[in-house]
Design a binder for this molecule. Structure first.
Ligand code: NAP
Ligand code: ZN
Length: 348
């Protein structure tokens, strides 16, 4: 296959720069997609800067991919050439383990293949993500998207969307509940939208006073400045569910104290440093702290269909790919409104 243009980091301390590599030729069950837009996730930044350890270079990030199918293998059943399609954080799994059989491929016991920074079983090379012109993926990991939604604003659903939708469904967020969302970034603003769509009362916790109006516009019923201890205390023991999307070290105990008896806090943010937890935050009154990783293929499709039905997309700021390093710096300052999306036409 001809070389695919991309942007890559060559080390944890170098900026992203133009790069080119070869995608595999589509095999019989593969779909080849011309990438039109790719969202920018904070996980891309954690990975290219090797903040979690284990990054292999060169690293082409990007796991919020939407585009148009340009070629299909002869056994492909679900897709046709010319259709829109999407790819999220996963591109392969063993398909046979208990977790895959339950549609939870992200927990594949044989080892899920992530869209970037994984070993590609077909080439023994690395997987390269969506900051590139095209991608080749087995059809079982390709998602259908609606042509009724704005295409660029659909891209972030593939990670920010499913990562917040999945735990909210798992813990049955709905009418009559008071739920909290910590952080108004890419994940956080999607969590607010889903919480409101599921009928819960949504309280947004933010460190950024300037985000109050936006939080209300995307669906929050109330906004709390998390650095104001008195405001925080007013909400003690009152939440059914809290989703924590914060990307940096912060105090979990302050949020645990806001849960009711048997209330649940789900971590989806992945700060690179350990976060301290006091035993009393959990044991009285019997609170639950849990975590969640993206979502499997069936639930990602369910989320995309839910979004199409309810007109839900991400609030985005479109950038050309040469602005990616600036976008990362703004992300570190919590200055994302509320997801950067790369227009891949800018990668010529
Ligand atoms: P993002 O757009 O940068 O949003 C993170 C938000 O966290 C910021 O907008 C800010 O909100 C808040 N924040 C940042 N630094 C903070 C600090 N020091 N103290 C308190 N709050 C702070 O990032 P994202 O793309 O939504 O990703 C968020 C996290 O989720 C990242 O760690 C990412 O790796 C992780 N993630 C996990 C999964 C999963 O499957 N579990 C999937 C995708 C991403 P305010 O300005 O409102 O305070
Ligand atoms: Zn992501």
């Amino acid at each position: 296959m001809p070389a695919t243009k991309a942007y890559a980091a060559h080390s944890a301390s170098s900026p992203l720069a133009p790069f080119s590599f070869e995608r595999r030729d589509p095999k019989s069950t593969d779909v080849q997609i011309d990438i039109l837009f790719c969202g920018v996730c904070h996980s891309d930044l954690h990975t290219v800067r090797d903040e979690w350890g284990g990054t292999k270079f060169p690293c082409v990030p990007g796991h919020e991919i939407v585009g148009r199918i340009t070629k299909i293998g002869r056994e492909v059943k679900k897709f046709c050439e010319g259709e829109l399609a999407a790819v999220g954080c996963l591109v392969d799994s063993d398909h046979t383990c208990e977790n895959c059989r339950e549609g939870l491929e992200q927990f594949c016991q044989g080892g899920a293949t992530f869209t970037y920074n994984s070993v590609d079983k077909h080439t023994d090379g690395l997987t390269y993500g969506g900051y590139s012109k095209s991608i080749v993926v087995d059809e079982s990991f390709v998602l259908r998207i609606s042509d009724k939604l704005d295409l660029a604003a659909t891209a972030p659903l593939l990670c920010a969307g499913i990562t917040t939708y999945s735990p909210m469904r798992k813990w049955k967020v709905g009418k009559g509940q008071k739920i909290g969302v910590v952080g108004l970034g890419g994940l956080g603003h999607m969590a607010v939208k889903f919480g409101a769509a599921f009928g819960a009362r949504v309280v947004l916790f933010t460190t950024s006073p300037g985000k109050t109006e936006d939080a209300k516009r995307v669906g929050a019923h109330e906004v709390v400045l998390s650095r104001d201890e008195n405001e925080m205390k007013k909400h003690a023991n009152s939440f059914d569910f809290i989703i924590d999307t914060v990307s940096a070290k912060h105090d979990l105990n302050a949020y645990m104290a806001l849960l009711k008896r048997d209330g649940v806090m789900t971590l989806v943010g992945v700060p690179p440093e350990p976060v301290p937890l006091e035993a009393f935050s959990l044991i009285a009154p019997r609170r639950i702290l849990t975590g969640s990783l993206i979502g499997g293929v069936p639930e990602t499709q369910e989320m995309l269909d839910f979004c199409a039905e309810h007109g839900i997309t991400s609030d985005i700021e479109m950038i050309s790919i040469d602005k990616i390093n600036e976008a990362y710096e703004r992300m570190l300052k919590s200055d994302v409104k509320y997801r950067f999306v790369i227009d891949m036409a800018s990668l010529s």
